[in-house]
Ligand binder design. Sequence first.
Ligand SMILES: Nc1ncnc2c1ncn2[C@@H]1O[C@H](COP(=O)(O)OP(=O)(O)OP(=O)(O)O)[C@@H](O)[C@H]1O
Ligand SMILES: [Mg+2]
Length: 358
Amino acid sequence: MTQTVQRPPAEVLYADELARLDAADTHPRPPGWRLSLPAVRTFLVGDPTRDIRPKFVGDPALVERAMVSLATERGLLLVGEPGTAKSMLSELLAAAISGDSSLVVQGGAATGEEQIKYSWNYAMLLNRGPTPEALVPAPMYTGMATGRLVRFEEITRCPSEVQDALLSILSDKVLAVPELAGEHALLRARPGFNVIATANTRDRGVNEMSAALKRRFNFETVHPIADFATELALVERQSARMLAASGVPAAVPVDVLEVLVRTFRDLRGTEAGSAMDRLSSVMSTAEAVSVAHAAGLRAHYLRDDVASGADIVDCLAGAAVKDDAEDLKRVRRYLEQKVKGRTGAWRAMYDARHRLGG
Ligand SMILES: Nc1ncnc2c1ncn2[C@@H]1O[C@H](COP(=O)(O)OP(=O)(O)OP(=O)(O)O)[C@@H](O)[C@H]1O
Ligand SMILES: [Mg+2]
């Protein structure tokens, strides 16, 4: 694979899989869709017999409901805890359905209508007045004009006026351009256009969305991965891929990964019988992958070795616990009370506990 950028978009990274799915796709496709629903589902959940890599780990029924929403006139809102693959799901869906995951609006306190709809090339505007050529399309405009999915990340972080601006786009599928005359004053969306939004339950609430906007979306909650073996397999697969891309030849040994994933689950408080007080930091699967990646890098580039339990401790503080002193103490307590006396990779972790500070 000739990757010359750090993170190619999904439609480039998986171009070969998408081309093969397209060629073999015999099912009907909704208007404006590049692939049928079964083909999109296979792309997301994988199929070893056809050499399609698994990407989203979770309930295939969720993927089906998400696709059905996108084929209706309602938008799709993926809600959940941080690091549960909401953004990843939206990127993969856009890549498979529209062949393009790049139409993205990043929601935030400063997001304005011009980042969503369109703005102007001011030199041209001053020279010739408002003409279609002077209009600079933003993702929503492009998505409507070309019949593609538009991703709206962290929609609940946008000011409410901006959220309101979406109402007519979502319900009537038209975007008014009052500055232009005639046929250019109204853009009508082509088939295939829709919006996939994401919202994080730890941010400003979904509850604060207006009732009118809520009604224009179907909500789908994305849950953290439920069982240990599945989470371990995902962390193993993704960290190995990221390490390879970072030029590290050896993956993190599986016994070290087991200890890492178990630690995350204990600290998250999801494992039965774990009486740990929960951390305020999010110990998500995404964070576990990033700790495994950092630990492997550290071991290789600092010592020319493979990662050990001690590397996990070193990477935990920065990657997962961040800057909360209380969290650091909780992790330390976990190591001192629960990990003490265990063998193997646990032992290396226990012995490195002083490296946490706190
Ligand atoms: N169910 C899952 N399937 C596949 N990957 C997952 C899953 N859960 C977590 N991950 C990991 O998390 C990463 C995706 O995190 P992503 O940024 O999409 O999460 P998010 O839900 O958008 O988080 P945030 O709310 O912080 O924006 C993936 O790259 C993968 O490593
Ligand atoms: Mg996200």
